[in-house]
Design a protein around this ligand. Structure first.
Ligand SMILES: [Zn+2]
Length: 192
């Protein structure tokens, strides 16, 4: 089933959700304002934001993060950090290839993990949330229809029967993105 949302629609919803959680005017939540440093978000705010998105869109944003998933995929964190505790080029490259869409200015080798977490903006969360809706089942599990639409409630539903579409979870999208990125990087730089 096709993603019924435009990227910009999801970004507006993410910005509204963040504005509500942070008690900040939507106008201040620009695409390049970092949630932690610029907007003062704390970890509890991000828990609340996840809940907001779940309520509003019916999606489960990830509880895990890219670096933790990468450690799981590699069976340990040896290749993730340099001797000073900064992330390696491999870790930075996986982050940039993730659905969050970090640029080279935003995420680079040598950054500390907390700096990576602090680099997130509403645009990154919008990009990730939109990517979740790129992973819908082929057809509706209720009626077999293949088309989607956005219901009055604002949620993505089956155009045939109105049933809620079952998107992948954020953690699934995150883990899959890490696996794909690792494979792409290996293919681009053959060992030896
Ligand atoms: Zn249906």
């Amino acid at each position: 089933m096709r993603n019924p949302f435009e990227k910009e629609q999801i970004h507006d919803i993410v910005r509204e959700g963040l504005a509500q959680v942070l008690g900040t005017p939507v106008s201040e939540i620009t695409g390049d304002a970092t949630l932690v440093a610029d907007l003062g978000a704390e970890s509890l705010d991000l828990v609340e934001f996840r809940y907001e998105m779940e309520t509003r869109l019916g999606v489960a944003l990830p509880k895990s993060n890219v670096l933790d998933e990468l450690a799981t995929a590699l069976g340990g964190s040896e290749r993730l950090y340099d001797e000073r505790g900064g992330i390696t080029e491999l870790a930075a490259e996986v982050l940039r290839r993730s659905a969050f869409g970090y640029t080279e200015e935003q995420v680079h080798a040598g950054m500390r993990p907390y700096e990576v977490a602090a680099a997130a903006t509403s645009a990154h969360w919008a990009s990730f949330t939109h990517a979740i809706f790129d992973r819908l089942p082929d057809t509706c599990t209720e009626c077999g229809a293949g088309e989607t639409e956005i219901a009055v409630s604002g949620r993505a539903v089956c155009a045939g029967c109105g049933a809620a579409v079952e998107a992948a979870t954020g953690d699934e999208v995150l883990a899959e993105g890490v696996r794909v990125a690792l494979k792409e990087i290996e293919n681009a730089q053959p060992v030896g």
